[in-house]
Write a protein that binds this ligand. Structure first.
Ligand SMILES: NC(=O)c1ccc[n+]([C@@H]2O[C@H](COP(=O)([O-])OP(=O)(O)OC[C@H]3O[C@@H](n4cnc5c(N)ncnc54)[C@H](OP(=O)(O)O)[C@@H]3O)[C@@H](O)[C@H]2O)c1
Length: 227
């Protein structure tokens, strides 16, 4: 049985990733921020293992990695992320602590998740790490400015992913960044594609990844995004 570990499974894309992989017969380590999410994750089936873990807690990540010592993880999806509301002024910056919090969760923590579970992924058959980024993190595609904390954090995440793809290559690990599309999740009501469609697309691209594709920035429909 293939095994996935997915961060940010409380809601949205992360929950749907856990649901679809579990439906497809995968064992899923579902990392959630909130203990209240346990019941709905465990309701997805016996193959889903709930973990309450803040991804920005380095000691907690290392303790979880130690508890899972010896377990192979075929696919690690760094999906958890946060957003800061706009602030005042022309740049609409949030206050500096909010900006820093977003950088810590969206860009810094995923590097520590990858480091904590390097051995588990390297010991697996598929050996894939996916960082869920966004088009908003592309410098080349930035035509509208704004959203400094989110854009900067996801641009930095791109650098983390690219470096991980280089540094983990000797272990045969494939690492990519993926844009899930503009998705209508519970927290982002409004326009967008249904979450099931985004996740089906992500899973289809992930299933077709080869080591030669490592270090790329891909869309959920398989297209490529400029850095
Ligand atoms: N939705 C879109 O249109 C869209 C577009 C482009 C990219 N993305 C990316 O896709 C990913 C998922 O987005 P989404 O729309 O599904 O977002 P979401 O509904 O807000 O889900 C994000 C998840 O991450 C969790 N999380 C936040 N901080 C965490 C932490 N420190 N430790 C562990 N978990 C934490 C959240 O838990 P809580 O809810 O309890 O805080 C939530 O379950 C993100 O990386 C996002 O940037 C989304």
């Amino acid at each position: 049985m293939a095994t996935a570990m997915i961060t940010g499974c409380d809601y949205g894309i992360g929950f749907e990733l856990a649901r679809q992989y579990a439906d497809d017969g995968w064992r899923v380590h579902a990392i959630c921020l909130d203990e209240a999410s346990r019941r709905k994750l465990e309701a997805l089936g016996e193959a889903v293992v709930f973990h309450r873990q803040d991804i920005a807690d380095q000691a907690g990540l290392e303790a979880l990695a130690a508890r899972l010592d010896g377990e192979a993880i075929d696919l690690l999806i760094n999906n958890a992320a946060t957003f800061a509301p706009d602030g005042p002024g022309t740049l609409m910056l949030p206050d500096i602590d909010e900006f820093t919090r977003v950088m810590r969760i969206n860009a810094v923590a995923p590097a520590y998740v990858a480091a904590a579970f390097e051995k588990h992924v390297a010991a697996s058959e598929k050996r894939v790490i996916v960082f869920i980024g966004t088009r908003s993190g592309s410098i080349g595609d930035n035509g509208s400015g704004g959203h400094y904390a989110y854009r900067c954090s996801k641009a930095a995440l791109n650098m983390v992913a690219k470096s991980v793809s280089i540094d983990f290559a000797p272990q045969g690990i494939t690492a990519v960044v993926m844009h899930p599309g503009s998705v209508a999740t519970e927290t982002r009501k409004g326009n967008g594609i249904p979450v099931g469609e985004s996740v089906a697309g992500l899973r289809n691209v992930i299933a077709g990844l080869t080591p030669e594709m490592s270090g790329r920035f891909l869309r959920f429909d398989g297209g490529e995004i400029e850095w």
